[in-house]
Design a binder for this molecule. Structure first.
Ligand SMILES: Cc1cc2nc3c(=O)[nH]c(=O)nc-3n(C[C@H](O)[C@H](O)[C@H](O)COP(=O)(O)O)c2cc1C
Length: 304
């Protein structure tokens, strides 16, 4: 498939995870190398630190290892209270990325805000839709908006489509729970986070709802289905539910940390699992994965 001008061999994305700190560079490079080898898209972690300190660029600079991949830069949407569209363009350019991903992480920020060192401004999620629309209008590269593991309501998907996003990544509940992660760092945060262990829209639900919302809006925004995907069979399921691309984060982190060889092997397994699942449900290819593939007992006609 074609994703904003880059060819993907399989409709898969390594979700945005890391950047800025010392160990992030090798992880990003390993995941980018794997993405290049298998022709899938890859995201970088939040570039806020890069906007603040250009010396961290080395941890985001992976284009030489992945010259052909769809590479996505990343920033917290809440940072748009401080950063302008020009800053976003600067981030995309510094990372030599093809697109910008803005993440929404309201619950994570709220849990973090109970910790003493936190900048209260990070919980100001009001007014962000207008700022996202401004960035979409001013950037020459596609803008995607994602959650970080609690999913998105269909109303938010509709609003983001109207704001002009090129893609939405639901990042639903079922995988990484950022309330719990932040809660584990501090007693007060932990007490708050305790109630949010099963917070959010499950991935399958929000992918199906997001698909319906985009279709109802007549939007051509790309829908990424992610959040808790464990393997290529899960990827196949979100594609059947209406996602255009399936994303995986934590499931690839350990392999990314183990280096380019391990990351390339892990992504290879993921691609192969998706290929076999696609065949086994009787679909001609990833573009032929629809909801009826999840329910109908289909028999594959030819070996994979
Ligand atoms: C270690 C780690 C760091 C992450 N950092 C970011 C980030 O900087 N920006 C972002 O948009 N999402 C970030 N995420 C969220 C992922 O992109 C993804 O949306 C989320 O983990 C759900 O997918 P998963 O269940 O496959 O991990 C991070 C996830 C993990 C596990």
């Amino acid at each position: 498939m074609d994703l904003w001008g880059r060819r993907l061999s399989a409709p898969l994305l390594v979700s945005c995870m890391t950047g800025g700190v010392g160990e992030a560079g090798p992880v990003n490079r390993a995941l980018a190398t794997a993405a290049q080898r298998h022709g899938i898209a890859v995201g970088l972690g939040s570039g806020r630190v890069l906007l603040e300190d250009h010396r961290t660029l080395g941890t985001f600079a992976v284009r030489d290892a992945a010259p052909d991949v769809m590479l996505l830069a990343n920033l917290g949407a809440v940072q748009l209270h401080g950063y302008t569209a020009a800053d976003c363009a600067r981030l995309v350019e510094a990372c030599e990325a093809d697109a910008l991903v803005l993440h929404l992480n309201a619950v994570q920020e709220a849990v973090q805000s109970t910790m003493g060192d936190h900048d209260r401004q990070d919980t100001r999620f009001g007014g962000l839709l207008e700022r996202i629309a401004d960035v979409c209008a001013e950037l020459t590269t596609p803008v995607v908006v994602k959650e970080v593991g609690f999913g998105m309501a269909p109303e938010d998907v509709t609003a983001l489509a109207a704001a002009g996003v090129a893609g939405v990544d639901v990042a639903g509940a079922g995988g990484t729970n950022w309330a719990r992660v932040e809660g584990s760092r501090d007693e007060a945060a932990g007490a708050l986070a305790a109630a949010f262990g099963d917070w959010g829209w499950p991935t399958a639900t929000c992918v199906a709802h997001a698909r319906a919302a985009l279709d109802a809006a007549g939007s051509r925004a790309v829908l990424v289905g992610s959040g808790g995907l464990r393997d290529g069979v899960d990827a196949c399921k979100v594609l059947c539910l209406g996602a255009d691309v399936a994303g995986m984060g934590r499931g690839l982190l350990r392999a990314g940390a183990a280096g380019p060889q391990a990351a390339t092997a892990a992504v290879g397994v993921l691609v192969e699992q998706l290929r076999v699942a696609t065949w086994a449900v009787g679909a001609a290819g990833a573009g032929d994965l629809t909801s009826r593939r999840l329910t109908g007992a289909t028999t594959a006609a030819a070996p994979p």
